[in-house]
Design a protein around this ligand. Structure first.
Ligand code: AMP
Ligand code: GLY
Length: 436
């Protein structure tokens, strides 16, 4: 088979790495990919060729043209943007197989109001909320509300559209940012204002063909930039899998209460959801509640989860597209994985790039997998930093403690100017001890 992967992050590197292990696959293209993905050609096992091709994840027509021309048997869309813009519809209309939901189904991530309405209608536990399409009404509401409060832009805002506010003054400033200054453009001119919840957060990712739902292994992301869950929210600074306080049975139950009702609800609405539905859950004292849905693989959860998957990923993805998931199952390595994201100094704010990266081979010789995110080759062929999140270093261990030791040992081999990473991934379980 020929496979096309769309995206350029560590998630796509992990997908390409896993897909390359499938005996069904002859060639993998990635648009636009990254140097780590391009380097997979030279890695064992097998002779599968991996090629990165320039292009934009937003240019849906050009992506479909490429897939048709190269006789791609299956395309996997990594990021949400092309899905929310309707890449699956364009591919389906041209008879091309693509893993991921239609534009209408991708509204579960593209519109927080739509997601909230679906949760309400189909009985999924979530934070109490109100929606607003008018800044003045929102301001009136926040003056009388109890604090803290959470204000969310309705549309896609690159993970930055959530503000937790402590006072009415702060809330009014946020409402002005969204409605008047339009810092998120049209994405912020409709908002959800919801109650503040507390508890550990976990990610439940489930594979679905619109009917059958198969949960993947559980994972916990670390969204804040700095140790002790402080600093601004990021795309994710590290993850581990599985979440040790929940057994498989608990994950099945969580899936039943937070994912399955939405999948069957979407079917009832005439809007079949196929692909990955990823629930960001908070385990509150009053039970699990959904904070948000994503309609794609999480990053860095995917890196931590895929190194534990022993089943071939390709038949699973194909079965989701073809509606035959009930005949499939996922098998997992009974080990723990941990991913630590190495970022550029200043991320998630402004950062410099083009710093040379060294030590990846040494880290991999110690058994870690180093997935590339924001990397590039400079004119002389050296590997340099090229983004906020630069690398996602991933290692396995018998226990969470072992995985942590192994991953930080690998991290210590890698360097680039200004490297910034969390030293406490797993701290909610292992305690606050800081790894070097
Ligand atoms: P989201 O993009 O909706 O997942 O929100 C990003 C982060 O904001 C989450 O991972 C939580 O840490 C936090 N958050 C979102 N909604 C709430 C809420 N209702 N209560 C407390 N924290 C929240
Ligand atoms: N790990 C957070 C995300 O993928 O959105």
């Amino acid at each position: 088979m020929n496979i096309l992967i769309i995206g350029s992050g560590a998630r796509e590197h992990a997908l390409a790495w896993k897909i390359k292990q499938s005996p069904l696959v002859k060639k993998i293209f990635c648009i636009p990919g990254n140097p780590g993905i391009a380097g997979l050609t030279h890695c064992a096992p097998g002779s599968t060729i991996v090629e990165c091709v320039e292009g934009s994840v937003e240019n849906i027509r050009a992506l479909a043209d490429f897939a048709a021309k190269q006789k791609i048997d299956l395309t996997v869309a990594g990021p949400e943007l092309p899905l929310v813009r309707g890449i699956a519809d364009e591919f389906a209309a041209r008879g091309l197989k693509i893993f991921g939901p239609s534009r209408a189904a991708a509204r579960l991530e593209g519109s927080k109001i739509f997601a909230k309405e679906m949760m309400k209608k189909y009985g999924v536990p979530t934070a109490g909320y109100e929606t607003f399409e008018n800044g003045d009404r929102a301001k009136k509401y926040v003056v009388e509300a109890e604090y803290p409060l959470v204000i969310k832009a309705d549309g896609l805002a690159a993970g930055k559209g959530v503000a937790i506010v402590q006072t009415a003054k702060e809330a009014i400033a946020v409402v002005d940012d969204y409605f008047q200054k339009k810092i998120f453009g049209e994405a912020g001119t409709r908002v959800v204002i919801e109650e503040f919840l507390e508890g550990p957060e976990i990610s439940v990712l489930a594979l679905t063909d619109g009917e059958t739902v198969i949960p993947l292994a559980s994972a916990q992301d670390h969204k804040r930039a700095f140790d002790g869950d402080t600093g601004p929210n990021t795309g994710g600074m590290g993850a581990y899998s599985p979440y040790p306080l929940l057994f498989d049975k608990d994950i099945q139950e969580l899936t039943q209460s937070t994912i399955t009702p939405i999948i069957s609800g979407m079917k009832k609405e005439g809007c079949l959801f196929r692909g990955i539905l990823y629930g960001g859950l908070m385990l509150t004292e009053r039970g699990p509640k959904v904070l948000e849905y994503n309609v794609r693989f999480g990053d860095p959860e995917t890196e931590a989860v895929l190194v534990r998957l022993t089943s071939d990923l390709v038949p699973l993805l194909l079965a989701s597209v073809e509606g035959t998931l009930k005949h499939q199952e996922c098998r997992w390595l009974a080990k723990t994985s941990m991913t630590v994201v190495l970022a550029s100094l200043g991320y998630p704010g402004a950062f410099e790039k083009d710093f040379e990266i060294t030590g990846i081979d040494e880290a991999e010789e110690r058994g870690a997998r180093v997935f590339h995110a924001g990397t590039a080759r400079n004119a002389s062929g050296s590997l340099v930093t090229n983004g906020g999140r630069v690398l996602a270093v991933t290692a396995l261990g018998e226990t969470l403690l072992d995985a942590r030791e192994n991953v930080y040992e690998a991290v210590s081999r890698i360097s680039f100017s200004g490297v910034q990473y969390r030293r406490d991934i797993g701290h909610q379980i292992l305690g606050a001890s800081i790894c070097s």
